[in-house]
Write a protein that binds this ligand. Structure first.
Ligand SMILES: [Zn+2]
Length: 102
């Protein structure tokens, strides 16, 4: 497979209808958000985790916080919280990258 993940459409998708979630919905502080396409209620952290798993698969290598931020459109602090809890860390300090926990 020779797709450059950088060319793919970025953003967090609804796990139900696979459409992109609006960025302003992601910045909402509530635990749940409603997909404005299919109206399904989604756990905000879960769909961001799902999106980051996709980034990892597409890239085929650990990714940086910056890449995660650009990929999802979610703020740096929120992304870091999710990465610490749900992903495996590799490398140190500035070169720290993240990969799927499996
Ligand atoms: Zn949806």
């Amino acid at each position: 497979m020779n797709i450059d993940y950088k060319d793919l459409k970025r953003g967090v998708r609804c796990t139900n209808c696979r459409k992109l979630i609006r960025v302003d919905e992601l910045f909402n502080k509530r635990k749940y958000l409603k997909c404005h396409h299919c109206k399904k209620e989604l756990n905000r952290a879960n769909i961001i985790i799902q999106s980051l798993e996709e980034l990892y698969l597409l890239k085929g290598a650990p990714f940086s916080v910056k890449e995660a931020e650009m990929w999802t459109g979610v703020s740096n602090s929120a992304i870091k919280r999710i990465l610490y809890k749900n992903f495996k860390r590799v490398g140190k300090a500035k070169s720290t990258k993240y990969m799927s926990n499996e």
